[in-house]
Design a protein around this ligand. Structure first.
Ligand code: AMP
Ligand code: ZN
Length: 113
């Protein structure tokens, strides 16, 4: 398995982990685009959002609850945050293991670039 995020999930590659349970791991992005930039990933390998199936519904709901918990724990829940998923190359996806970007700590522009 050559997937870098699978290796982070199994701790073969180090990361600054902020949350972990049996289904999900969350860690600081190595190239942060905001004062807070956390990546939340399922431990199960899914390349893109398009690979989601009916059996992943609970997992995705769980990920959003984990994001809320991280926002409270790290202290940016009150000010707010942005969740971004890039799906395939044209959207800017570079790592093909599903991940949710959680960005916070500065004003965000709209529309995104
Ligand atoms: P995306 O462009 O949506 O695929 O996002 C991939 C993200 O993964 C980028 O923000 C990268 O900075 C981040 N990234 C790549 N490798 C690592 C790593 N080893 N640890 C933490 N973040 C990483
Ligand atoms: Zn993977």
């Amino acid at each position: 398995m050559s997937c870098i995020f699978c290796k982070i999930a199994t701790q073969e590659i180090p990361a600054k982990v902020v949350y972990e349970d049996e289904k999900v791991i969350a860690f600081h992005d190595i190239n942060p685009q905001a004062p807070y930039h956390i990546l939340v990933i399922p431990k199960k390998h899914l390349s893109t959002l398009l690979e989601l199936t009916e059996e992943d519904k609970e997992l995705i709901g769980h990920i959003y609850l984990v994001i809320n918990q991280i926002a409270k724990d790290l202290g940016f829940a009150e000010r707010g945050y942005r969740v971004v998923v890039n799906c395939k190359e044209e959207a800017g996806q570079t790592v093909f293991h599903l991940h949710f970007h959680v960005l916070a700590g500065r004003g965000m522009g709209w529309p995104p670039g």
